[in-house]
Design a protein around this ligand. Sequence first.
Ligand code: TXA
Ligand code: MG
Length: 348
Amino acid sequence: METKILTIQSAEDGAAIAEAAEALKSGKLVIFPTETVYGLGADALNETAVDGIFTAKGRPRDNPLIVHIAHEDQVLDLVSVIPPKGKDCMDIFWPGPLTLIFNRSELVPNYVTAGLDSVAIRMPDHPVARSILQEANIPVVAPSANTSGRPSPTTADHVVEDMMGKVDLIIDGGHTGVGIESTVLDVTVDPPMILRPGGITREDLEAIIGPVDMDETILPSDSSIIPKSPGQKYKHYAPRGEAYVFAGNIIGIAGEINRRVRESGSKKTAVLATTETLELYRGMDLLVNMGSRDNLKEVAHNIFDALRCCDDEGMEVIFIEGFELEGMGVSIMNRLLKAAGGKVILGL
Ligand code: TXA
Ligand code: MG
């Protein structure tokens, strides 16, 4: 398949927006930027188009998709009921990096939800995504635009690496803002439950709707527990090298990473560190700054790029500093632990 790339300077670029919207309406696969990561979009009600998403990504067909919308009115067609806490979340956090799980209506096809009775809906906040969704005026399913299992794409370069020749159109809108995917919140249960931590923190949610539970597989301690969000059970975000996450006090972490770098012999070794700790490391082949420990939004913005950078440089072993399990730290650690396939060194 021939893939066209359109670089867009702003959401006011009417010609590019119209081309993307038309392509979606005619059943094509269109990659566009959202405020979290790039999405691989298709008309949610076109079975052939949706099937193309699974093929392009190599995505298991039992992993349901998120339906993206531009107006709140569109929710009414897609769900059987909007619980009050769901409505509160829509009012406060939409548009934005929060996906809500509702009981679905008859309209939502099985091939979108993988046969579940629920549907995931999100209203993205990126001006380009909003304009495309408004102009197309159809519900659009859009998983992250990476090959299944790879780190999610936060730049058009990442998208091109994974998706060239597999989709019809790529809209290049620069680096995405948040950098990790939306938080997935199930509002069919009370208290609502976070199935995937992301751009909106548990603390943000609790300030509006009170206590919120977290699926216990978000920070896996026991791999026999099955996640409630199908996508969470797959190996994810994996760089090609072997990755390890280190948790504990920062001096302990740096000491242990340096010791392991020395022991790694001729293997090409990367360290993913932070602004505050960069100076502590010696002897590695690649040192990447994920951002400041005082600004975890910056770290979230950078982590997928940092993981892909290790692949670009052919790194065989990757040592990654961990973060405290609060606020955005939970979302970041969820991605890092998956990138490391659960290989975490605790108690430093
Ligand atoms: O930020 C995002 O959410 C991005 C951008 C492109 O919008 N999209 C994204 O989609 O991350 P995807 O397909 O990569 O991840 C969707 C996640 C998966 O873990 C999936 O299992 C879960 O949402 N999900 C979708 N529908 C669900 C449902 N009905 N019940 C539980 N989990 C669901
Ligand atoms: Mg994904």
